[in-house]
Design a protein around this ligand. Structure first.
Ligand code: NAD
Ligand code: ZN
Length: 358
């Protein structure tokens, strides 16, 4: 399956497949330089570096490898620094290519290095988590965390290709699959009600790695995310709806010191957004309960007992989406439709956080 993201001269294909068989050939069609650096992390390296390198070498590329320590706590400038060092040492120029082989953490770090090395070198995404296949590999947001704040250093930088082998999910821990499903269902909740029900009905097949279902999810996610990015690449307005669940989610993620996965925090954030909307009279109780049930079926958390309400609240204000002390929220109007609004009532937000802490 091939899907195009149309961004004029920055357009690129997304290939959705079930193996790495065509990886080298697809790469050739990009007409890049001969040198490639595969950036991956220790976990992914074990499974997929060799097969990817071989595919590329068979097609005449000179492949080297850079292995990062895994996890959000390593998504920082030090990781980027290490990549720069290798690029300089191996004399990469702008025709050469950085390949991100891994999850969203590897993709965000590598993308930022690609955006900034020599003002931008070729960049290819090979996402290996459900979250990165569904969300982070498409759209061109790259970056790292800094001083405990999520994604505050970054750049918009589109890849030249996204190559998705859905079967890489098979080696992913189940908890990571669930976390990825938070961003998957987010796409349905903001734009496509039918898609939510599809995910809900096929939850078991997803957990059993049904190839057809996984390919359908990848296609659907790339289509939804791609269309939003095509409309508003740099997040002036529409793209902000992709942050659904993330205002509270990011704050929870930071306060928990990254002990919860990004997707898990997004799930809690989605539950929070529905509660907030309920208090504003924009959705009814039934929708709130319905969504909670769907998230629970995907084995995602919808609350966090003992959550430090004050701490999360103050972190929400550090979030980059805060303007003039008004909190910009993306809230549901129903399942499959959201709206953006500024919330000034701090007590209301605290009330929601208190609900989430029970
Ligand atoms: P991740 O990259 O940390 O991967 C999760 C874990 O799975 C890691 O331990 C990794 O080593 C391991 N792993 C990855 N692929 C594997 C595989 N196929 N088999 C076995 N293990 C594997 O996390 P993630 O959930 O993919 O991404 C989360 C990150 O993505 C966050 O930092 C978030 O901010 C970012 N993100 C970015 C965007 C964007 O638009 N750029 C969107 C959403 C999320
Ligand atoms: Zn996210």
């Amino acid at each position: 399956i091939r899907h195009m993201v149309n961004l004029k001269e920055r357009s690129y294909p997304i290939c959705i497949t079930t193996s790495f068989d065509d990886f080298g050939k697809t790469f050739l069609s990009l007409r890049t330089g001969k040198k490639l650096l595969i950036v991956t992390d220790e976990n992914v390296d074990k499974y997929y570096s060799d097969i990817c390198s071989k595919e590329l070498e068979n097609n005449g590329f000179e492949v080297s490898r850079h292995v990062l320590a895994p996890g959000e706590q390593h998504k920082n400038l030090e990781a980027v620094y290490g990549i720069y060092q290798q690029l300089v040492e191996y004399k990469f120029d702008r025709t050469d290519t950085l390949v991100a082989l891994g999850g969203g953490v590897v993709g965000d770090i590598t993308g930022f290095a690609a955006a900034t090395y020599m003002r931008g070198i070729n960049f290819v995404q090979v996402p290996t988590t459900l979250l990165s296949q569904a969300d982070s590999s498409v759209g061109g947001k790259t970056g790292v965390d800094f001083n405990g704040h999520k994604n505050v250093i970054g750049a918009f930088y589109q890849p030249k290709l996204v190559f998705i082998n859905v079967n890489t999910i098979k080696t992913l821990p189940k908890r990571e699959v669930s976390a990825g499903l938070a961003e998957v269902i987010k796409h349905g909740l903001i734009l496509d009600e039918e898609y939510c029900y599809y995910i809900n009905e096929n939850a078991e097949k997803i957990f059993n790695y049904d190839e057809n279902v996984l390919q359908y999810l990848a296609k659907k996610n790339c289509a939804i995310k791609g269309s939003v990015v095509e409309e508003d690449e740099k997040e002036n307005e529409l793209r902000a709806i992709l942050n659904f669940g993330h205002t509270i989610g990011h704050a929870v993620e930071t306060v928990q010191n990254f002990s919860l996965l990004h997707g898990e925090c997004v799930s809690i954030g989605i539950a929070g957004a529905f509660r907030l909307s309920l208090y504003l009279g924009a959705v009814n109780e039934a929708a709130v309960e319905n969504v909670k049930k769907m998230l629970l079926k995907l084995e995602l958390p919808v609350s966090l007992p003992g959550l430090d309400v004050e701490k999360v609240y103050s972190h929400i204000f550090y979030d980059k989406k805060v303007k003039d002390n008004k909190l910009k929220f993306v809230l549901p109007r129903r399942i499959g439709e959201v709206f953006q609004c500024n919330i000034e009532d701090s007590e209301l937000i605290k009330k929601v956080l208190f609900d989430l802490s029970k």
